[in-house]
Design a protein around this ligand. Structure first.
Ligand code: R5P
Length: 261
C-alpha cells in the first residue's frame, strides 16, 4: 500500500494527476477524441494518469513509466443524465492488478438517489483492494448538479468517503470554507477542475488556494487538455503544486511556455 501510494504522492507530499477518464460516461469528449494523442505531450509533466482499462489498453503505450489510477466505476452515460448517479463497479480488482495499477478510483454520489448503492460500491471495493495493498481514490461526484459544490456538501461527501476507507479523496475546490473540507477529511485530498473556464489565472488561483488550505494537489483534466496551450497549462499548474509558485508566477510560467511553443 505505501509503495503504491509513494509512486503517486511525491516526496514533497504533493501530487499532480491527469484524468482522461471522461469518456466512460461522456463518450469522445472535446479534445479527448484520441486520448493517446491528448496525453502524449503532457505525460512528462504529471505524476499519474487516471483512465479506464479500455483507454489504457488501446491508447497508452505500455512502456510509459507513469503510475496508473484505474477508474473502476461506471455503467452510466450522458444519454441518461438523470441516472448518472447509478454507477456500479465495472472492472475487477484482479484486472487492476493485471494492468499494474498503482490505485483504483471510483465515484460516490452523496445526496443523490444513487448514494446508498455507490457508497456500498466504495466499501466493498476497499475491502477487496486492502487485501492486495491497492489504494482506492474516491471521487465525490455530483453528476450534472455542479451547483452542489459548496463546502458543507464537499466536507460531508469527502468525510464519508474517508470513513468508508478511501486512501485518497478527489473532490472539488470551493472558494468559501475549503479548509473545513480538508480539516474534516483524514486522508489526502486532490481537487478536480470541472468544466473548462475562460481564465488560466482562475485555475492557478484555485489550485494555489486549495494547496494553501491543505489539499495535496490535483486530479485536473479539462482545464489542461481542453486548453489551446495544454503543455503551458500543465507546466504552470505543476509549478504551483511542486514549486510553490503563486498564481502570478504560474501565469508567468504559462506565458513563457506559450510563447516558446
Ligand atoms: C469526471 O467524471 C472524471 O472523473 C474526472 O476525472 C474528474 O472530473 C476530473 O477532471 P476535470 O478536472 O476535467 O473535472
Amino acid at each position: 500500500m505505501k509503495n503504491r501510494l509513494s509512486r503517486l504522492i511525491q516526496r514533497d507530499g504533493r501530487a499532480m494527476f491527469l484524468p482522461i477518464d471522461h469518456g466512460y460516461f461522456q463518450g469522445p469528449t472535446t479534445r479527448l477524441e484520441e486520448p493517446g494523442k491528448t496525453i502524449a505531450p503532457l505525460i512528462d509533466y504529471v505524476d499519474g494518469i487516471m483512465l479506464t482499462r479500455g483507454i489504457l489498453r488501446n491508447c497508452v503505450d505500455p512502456a510509459i513509466n507513469k503510475p496508473i489510477i484505474l477508474r473502476v466505476s461506471g455503467g452510466t452515460s450522458m444519454a441518461r443524465r438523470d441516472e448518472l448517479d447509478q454507477e456500479g463497479i465495472i472492472t475487477s480488482v484482479r484486472e487492476a492488478i493485471r494492468l499494474n495499477a498503482s490505485a483504483v478510483s471510483m465515484s460516490v454520489f452523496v445526496g443523490a438517489s444513487g448514494e446508498h448503492q455507490t457508497l456500498l460500491n466504495l466499501a466493498r471495493l476497499v475491502d477487496e483492494c486492502e487485501d492486495y495493498g491497492i489504494p482506492v481514490m474516491a471521487v465525490t461526484a455530483v453528476g450534472a448538479e455542479l451547483e452542489k459544490r459548496d463546502a458543507r456538501y464537499l466536507a460531508l461527501a469527502s468525510r464519508i468517503a474517508a470513513e468508508l476507507g478511501a486512501r485518497v479523496v478527489k473532490t472539488y475546490y470551493c472558494e468559501e470554507g475549503f479548509e473545513k473540507v480538508v480539516r474534516g477529511c483524514p486522508v489526502p485530498i486532490v481537487i478536480a477542475g470541472g468544466p473548462k473556464v475562460d481564465s488560466e489565472m482562475e485555475v492557478f488561483s484555485w489550485v494555489h488556494d486549495a494547496i494553501q488550505k491543505g489539499a495535496i494537489g490535483v486530479n485536473l483534466g479539462r482545464n489542461i487538455w481542453q486548453h489551446d496551450h495544454p503543455v503551458a497549462m500543465a507546466k504552470a499548474i505543476r509549478a504551483v503544486i511542486h514549486e510553490n509558485a503563486t498564481p502570478k508566477e504560474a501565469q508567468q510560467v504559462f506565458e513563457s511556455e506559450r510563447l516558446a511553443a
